[in-house]
Design a protein around this ligand. Structure first.
Ligand code: PA5
Length: 444
């Protein structure tokens, strides 16, 4: 089995009557989602995406990926939030955190336009000197400030470096099929474009060209990835908590929240999953954190963070639970050598693969944290590969939709994100924001 929920570290915290009590709410959420009758139902395109996607666009992605692989050393992906996290998560999940540094026949991939740091951008511009560069700018709305600034700067760099005609072959735009400034610009300049489907929101868009083009450029097999998500879609179609681990996960989260566990920590023992954690945090944070409700999604990478956050998780405020991704098989093996003198005292693990030690650390930690009243949900994942990533994506997206409806919120909007933007525009003097600008000046 690709993914399995292990509930043995929950027995102290969740019992049969908890499941019985929450069942009606789970069944209602299932009905609402599958009948597409709830809040945000215009944004449910992700549900069928693994089987119902634009095959022509998919082939276009593969062709563009080969063209990009053959024409650049550095590929820059410009986007923020849902427009970059999924792709970055997939690349690190499948290829490791050091993808850019290891020997390979695919371009280095850097992500930009996900902050407003001049130092960060200047550094990347410098890294592009003397290198061939291609860009993929991704913005569903086509109006988001952070990627728009970065795109203006890198477009300018490419126009100067190659001339406008050649730059055109190096710029790929992923945006709405007809709306937005970015679409207007792409059409005017003749850039190749890819479509973000209308009914798929940013944080649910990794299985669209938003995620798939950068993922394909890194050499990951996107057919495998889609197959993984399609298999998960089939597996988690049934509304039976005993047969559907995805629904069980959604139910447990809500049971624990009702018991005062308002912080969920995503835990992994592979730093290759650090960006998957970031993707997961956005998915759950933006989907559930509204109307004064929701679990706060946090993340740690063990065993690294056992030496920083471990203390708090063991003994600090008892407000949290952990969702641990336990990867059964490592991509690589490193066996700990035997030392005749045993000068470091490590011979008791000589001959063992490091992954065995890591999984043992996980087991010891799960017992310790559970004893310290931090419940552990364990998701056993067979290995790190394209298929598994697609499977995991669908698992978390579906659980998020179900869990959000159980909470009673619209999991598919993000009204709170607009607040900072309005203030920033007003303070920067954007036309149309003059009145707000005056009011804000009194506050700063
Ligand atoms: O999930 C979301 O909708 C957001 O995180 C968006 O992806 C993010 O704000 C970027 O938006 P856009 O793609 O329109 O630039």
């Amino acid at each position: 089995m690709t993914l399995k929920l292990i509930d043995k570290y929950l027995s102290k915290f969740v019992n049969e009557s908890d499941y019985e009590r929450i069942l009606p709410s789970l069944e209602q959420a299932h009905k609402t989602l599958t009948k597409r009758s709830g809040k945000g139902s215009d944004f449910l395109g992700w549900i069928d995406l693994p089987v119902n996607y634009d095959r022509e666009e998919f082939e276009k992605i593969k062709k563009a990926a080969i063209k990009i692989q053959n024409s650049c050393d550095i590929f820059i992906v410009i986007g923020i939030g849902g427009s970059y996290l999924g792709a970055r998560a997939a690349i690190e999940f499948c290829k490791g955190q050091r993808y850019n540094s290891v020997r390979k026949n695919t371009p280095e991939i850097y992500f930009s336009g996900n902050d407003i740091s001049s130092s960060n951008l200047a550094e990347l511009l410098e890294m592009c000197e003397g290198k061939d560069v291609c860009i993929n700018v991704i913005s569903k709305s086509g109006t988001t400030t952070e990627p728009a600034i970065a795109f203006r700067i890198f477009r300018d760099m490419l126009n100067k470096k190659y001339g406008r005609e050649e730059a055109k072959n190096r710029i790929f735009v992923t945006t709405d099929k007809c709306r937005g400034k970015l679409k207007e610009l792409a059409d005017a300049e003749g850039y190749e474009t890819f479509v973000v489907p209308d009914d798929v929101g940013g944080r649910f868009s990794v299985l669209t060209p938003v995620g798939l083009l950068p993922i394909a450029v890194s050499g990951i097999n996107i057919d495998e990835l889609m197959k993984g998500s399609a298999d998960a879609r089939e597996r988690y179609a049934i509304c039976d908590i005993n047969k559907n681990d995805c629904y069980k996960y959604a139910a447990i989260r809500n049971i624990l929240l009702a018991k005062g566990k308002a912080v969920e920590i995503f835990v992994s023992y592979e730093n290759a999953l650090n960006m998957t954690a970031e993707w997961w945090k956005q998915l759950y944070g933006e989907s559930e954190g509204k109307e004064g409700k929701g679990l706060f999604p946090a993340s740690v990478s063990f065993t690294t963070d056992l030496h920083s956050m471990g203390q708090f998780i063991q003994q600090g405020s008892r407000v949290m639970f952990e969702t641990v991704i336990d990867i059964l098989n490592s991509q690589r093996e490193v066996v700990i050598p035997y030392d005749e003198n045993n000068s470091d005292g490590l011979n008791f693990i000589a001959g063992k693969d490091m992954h065995y030690v890591s999984r043992t650390a996980f087991k010891g930690t799960a017992i310790a944290h559970t004893d310290g009243n931090t419940p552990n949900i364990v998701l056993e994942l067979e290995k790190r590969g394209a298929y598994e990533f697609g499977y995991l994506v669908y698992f978390f997206e579906l659980a998020c939709g179900i869990s959000g409806y159980m909470l009673g919120v619209n999991p598919f909007d993000q009204p709170g994100v607009e607040e900072y933007k309005k203030n920033m525009f007003a303070l920067l003097g954007k036309p149309g924001y003059e009145e707000l600008g005056k009011r804000l000046l009194d506050k700063i």
